[in-house]
Ligand binder design. Structure first.
Ligand code: ZN
Length: 178
């Protein structure tokens, strides 16, 4: 199966809010399949449509229990705080400790149009919040504190200077690529 090119920070497509999915077509299902393969190959735990250049509100994920997809996701409730080292396939080779709500209630539909309603905690909650950010044109660098942001600007400048995307080792413990 074909994989899709993962767009990297600096690509304007990552900064535009995606539009609602109005019809669950075969083309959308095929795109989701390609995104899952792309996500496994990266490797990452989640991938949002804008990361492959498609301005639609859905993402795919796999936390070890098989692939899933949520279309038109909405976070209905969030609670608590959780600090976690977070990486992004569109910001290669970099990760930061970011504070986000610990638990969320997310709703949407799957690719067959069935209602999805998940009470997510810790990593699953983090993953969903990160992917939903992508649908709003938000990247993890937007969540950094002042010191982190200074380091990020330098690291991203270096990334641009060298022009190439560093190869990514498979994550071990610590941060996950979302
Ligand atoms: Zn990401």
């Amino acid at each position: 199966m074909t994989t899709r090119e993962i767009r990297i920070i600096g690509d304007p497509v990552l900064r535009k809010p995606a539009t609602e999915v109005t019809e669950l077509t075969g083309a959308l299902a095929r795109l989701a399949d390609e995104m899952v393969v792309t996500m496994y190959e990266a490797p990452g735990l989640g991938l949002a449509a804008p990361q492959v250049g498609v301005q639609k509100r859905f993402f795919v994920y796999d936390l070890g229990e098989g692939p899933g997809a949520i279309v038109n996701p909405v976070i209905e409730e969030s609670d608590g705080e959780w600090l976690f080292e977070e990486g992004c396939l569109s910001v290669p080779g970099l990760s930061w400790e970011i504070l986000r709500p610990k638990t969320i209630h997310i709703v949407g539909v799957d690719l067959d149009g069935n209602d999805v309603s998940i009470e997510a905690d810790e990593l699953e909650s983090r993953l969903f919040q990160h992917e939903l950010d992508h649908l709003d044109g938000v990247l993890l660098v937007d969540h950094l504190d002042e010191d982190q942001a200074r380091d990020a600007r330098k690291a991203l400048r270096d990334l641009t200077l060298f022009g190439a995307v560093p190869s990514r080792p498979a994550p071990e413990g610590g941060f996950r690529l979302l």
